[in-house]
Write a protein that binds this ligand. Structure first.
Ligand code: SF4
Length: 285
């Protein structure tokens, strides 16, 4: 997939999350080259062209670090989610290093950082993460170990095996790590055997598993409609309470067998809210 990159300027770097878990959110890029078909972050992106060309157009916030330095001096330190509506370690980060430098500014400024990514590129920044290990956690999103399925649903993202290996490497350095298993899509990854393929090899390396359901925004409906032969049936099951409660029950049983804390989403599938407030009970902090 060819991705076009543009530069943009911003007036603010940190946004208030208003959530008990995350005080602020920081998104170094607008749009995401991972281009996941199930991504509902598109619904939070104000630039129509990026929404239309999701995964193929990304804006780089060129003055982000200058703005962030000023904000860090003025704002009360808290926990910053990096990122919430884009992957902070998408390919352009390898050369831009916006996330790396932003994380460094935040940690030096006394903020805590909670990273969520699909990319082993985060390993590049282990030097910083280790220096501030008590103020950092890193979550990896893995929804399947099937590389064929991943290449269709997450066409621009690194292979799941590379994510799992990166998670293990980070965990073994002492930095806290967690797994985000979501979205759970009926017929794709809702069997406990699918969940087990991801969790079993990683269960000693994660403090927590967050389980998310499919959020059905108009863009997600359109993308999955193009990719899945039976998308109408999949989307119908995805809104079923009965299906979700049975799925969660079987996943919770496996987590309990493996001794891993597990927090399933309680959000409604047609509300595209992406936050840890959607998980109950408890938080990762
Ligand atoms: S990596 Fe995350 S933000 Fe990026 S497209 Fe996929 S789901 Fe959306």
């Amino acid at each position: 997939m060819v991705v076009e990159y543009c530069r943009t300027r911003v007036k603010s770097a940190l946004s208030r999350s208003g959530l008990p878990d995350l005080d602020y959110a920081l998104n170094p890029y607008v749009g995401c080259a991972h281009g996941c078909l199930y991504c509902y972050a598109r619904g939070y992106t104000r630039i129509a062209e990026i929404v239309e060309r999701w995964g193929r157009l990304v804006y780089v916030k060129e003055n982000l670090l200058d703005v962030l330095r000023q904000e860090v001096r003025k704002l009360k330190p808290g926990v910053v989610g990096v990122s919430t509506i884009t992957d902070p370690y998408q390919p352009i980060e390898a050369t831009e290093e916006l996330t790396r430098r932003a994380v460094q500014i935040l940690l030096k400024g006394g903020f805590k950082v909670s990273i969520q990514t699909k990319s082993p590129l985060v390993l590049r920044d282990l030097d910083i993460l280790l220096e501030y290990a008590r103020s950092v956690d890193v979550g990896f999103t893995i929804i399947t170990m099937d590389e064929g399925v991943s290449s269709i649903l997450e066409p621009g993202a690194p292979p799941p095996r590379a994510r799992a290996e990166a998670l293990t490497r980070i965990s073994r350095t002492g930095v806290r790590t967690w797994l985000f298993y979501g979205p759970v899509i009926p017929g794709i990854n809702d069997g406990v055997e699918h969940f087990g393929e991801v969790l079993r090899p990683l269960h000693r390396d994660v403090d927590l598993v967050l389980i998310d359901r499919l959020r059905i925004t108009p863009e997600v409906r359109r993308s999955l409609g193009q990719a899945l032969a039976n998308s109408e049936r999949v989307l119908k099951i995805a809104v079923s309470r009965d299906w979700w409660s049975k799925t969660v029950k079987s996943f919770e049983n496996l987590c309990s067998e493996l001794g891993v804390r597990c927090i399933p989403s309680i959000a409604e599938p047609e509300k595209g809210v992406r936050s840890l407030a959607d998980y109950s009970p408890g938080t990762i902090k």
